[in-house]
Design a protein around this ligand. Structure first.
Ligand code: SAM
Ligand code: SF4
Length: 462
């Protein structure tokens, strides 16, 4: 597989690399200075088993997350528009030969209705998701463009979706350009596994059976002008330590080629999917402790890259992982096209089962209880602070101030418009606490924003 030096990764992970407390402390100190870690340093952390040192890794990750991102956590919801797919990924319910699920591509009206359902709960950011190909009578790209248009057009009162990220199959440069013009936020594509032999077994048929085409797709998207790119590995298919170093090798290659790394890294874990045996008995099951280790080490190794967690994980684990470096989470997700509708006719088969069934309001309330600032902000993308310009802001920690301000503004809007009474009172108290920590200049500016919100203005940001 391109970009991945499997021999090097295997050597770094070989049993000969004995635990060295002095070396681990030095690596953790480097990470706490917010410096990127090299592959061999990340490998040394991945080999740590000693409970005392695992705790040190977790504490360092939590320190780095707070130093760069502050306490804000960005919330989004996936919107599955179609479960038709030409591929045969062994772990996914959407695979072409799965006859156990009902197939569906949402119509324009259905997409608008699904978006309105999410808007009415308070969502502002959507991840549009779909299978690959085989859409009757329409090319993939035309269907994606039409769907994005419907999502951006949908409205509930003054509320509209601010950012549509897309997780879809590889496209050509000319097609990516169209997505860019249609207002795509991040283009996400997961390599699933960086271990080539495993990749070939897991993807026996369809366009996805070529692993390099997926890596190239990111390059094509970048050439087309999409500089917010998201990568990910599907944990459970192969050794988690290899996958983590695979992700970091991929980051290094992107940095070399594009001069910037990925905007986000996603860490999906294999969940049970109807008709997909592999998903029920993962070949390389990763424990909760190992998963925590992965998130923490990614946070330390690439401090300026957002880490995304989905509702695949249960609520307790999600709350713990937030402290270790997760910066974005999905909320109240459904993986079926039409799944946000109560009408059974509109719903089709889901991709996999989700582990966190809390409502957005419950998730917001829990975040607030744990002293996080739930954020619905999309300011960076709308102010063109993407790609290199985002990184320039993020590196010295400047983004933290802007993010905190925008998180507080969007939280105030959410509380006023959507929150249940208990969440409202907890939320306003949190805003008051964080307000006091701002500089006088920031406080003055925030007061003006709050005044505007009080008089009905929405969607302002710095
Ligand atoms: N079909 C496109 C693709 O595969 O790239 C894009 C969307 S696919 C629906 C999104 C992601 O879902 C995949 O990249 C894969 O990582 C994840 N996925 C598939 N089956 C899964 C399962 N059983 N459990 C958890 N995640 C799964
Ligand atoms: Fe299709 Fe994506 Fe599922 Fe593979 S993971 S079967 S490409 S939807």
């Amino acid at each position: 597989m391109k970009y991945i030096n499997a021999e090097k990764i295997n050597n770094l992970l070989s049993a000969g690399n004995k635990f060295d407390a002095f070396k681990i402390d030095a690596i953790l100190n480097k990470a706490k200075r917010l410096e990127r870690l090299a592959l061999d340093e990340a490998a040394a952390l991945l080999l740590v088993q000693e409970p005392e040192y695992l705790e040190k890794i977790f504490a360092a990750a939590s320190f780095v997350k707070d130093a760069i991102y502050g306490r804000r956590v960005v919330l989004f919801a996936p919107l599955y528009i179609s479960n038709l797919c030409a591929n045969r990924c062994l772990y996914c319910a959407f695979k072409v030969d799965n006859v156990l699920i009902k197939r569906k591509s949402l119509t324009d009206l259905e997409i608008k209705a699904q978006t309105q359902w999410l808007l009415a709960r308070g969502h502002k950011r959507i991840l549009m998701v779909c299978g690959e190909g085989a859409l009757p009578g329409k090319s993939n790209i035309d269907y994606y463009l039409q769907s994005m248009k419907c999502i951006y057009q949908a409205a509930v009162g003054k509320n509209k979706i601010k950012r549509v990220n897309v997780n879809c199959a590889p496209l050509e440069v000319s097609e990516f350009k169209k997505l860019k013009n249609a207002g795509i936020g991040t283009f996400q594509i997961f390599q699933e596994t960086y271990h080539e032999a495993t990749y070939r077994v897991m993807h026996p048929a369809g366009p996805k059976s070529d692993p390099d085409n997926r890596l190239d797709a990111l390059e094509r998207a970048f050439v087309a002008g999409i500089d917010d790119l998201g990568i990910g590995a599907l944990f459970g298919l192969y050794d988690y330590r290899f996958e983590t170093l695979g992700l970091l090798s991929h980051v290094e290659e992107m940095e070399k080629k594009f001069k910037i790394g990925p905007h986000t890294i996603s860490v999906p874990r294999l969940e049970p999917a109807v008709g997909a045996e592999i998903s029920i008995n993962p070949p390389d099951k990763i424990s909760d402790t190992e998963f925590k280790k992965v998130v923490a080490i990614l946070r330390l190794a690439v401090p300026y890259t957002g880490i995304i967690l989905s509702t695949r994980e249960n609520s307790d684990l999600r709350d713990t992982l937030l402290g270790l470096g997760i910066s974005q989470i999905s909320a109240e997700s459904n993986t079926s096209p039409g799944g946000y509708s109560s009408d059974q006719q509109t719903q089709a088969g889901g991709q996999f089962s989700v582990g966190d069934h809390r409502s957005l309001d419950e998730i917001v309330a829990t975040l607030i209880e744990h002293d996080y600032i739930p954020s619905f902000c999309a300011a960076c993308y709308r102010k063109s602070r993407t790609g290199e310009s985002f990184m320039q802001l993020a590196r010295p920690g400047t983004i933290k101030g802007k993010c905190s301000m925008n998180a507080l503004i969007t939280l105030q809007e959410y509380l006023d418009d959507f929150a249940l009474p208990l969440t409202k009172s907890k939320g306003y108290a949190l805003i008051e606490r964080y307000f006091k920590q701002l500089t006088l200049v920031e406080q003055k500016s925030l007061q003006i924003f709050f005044k505007h919100i009080g008089s009905g203005v929405r969607d302002e940001y710095v």
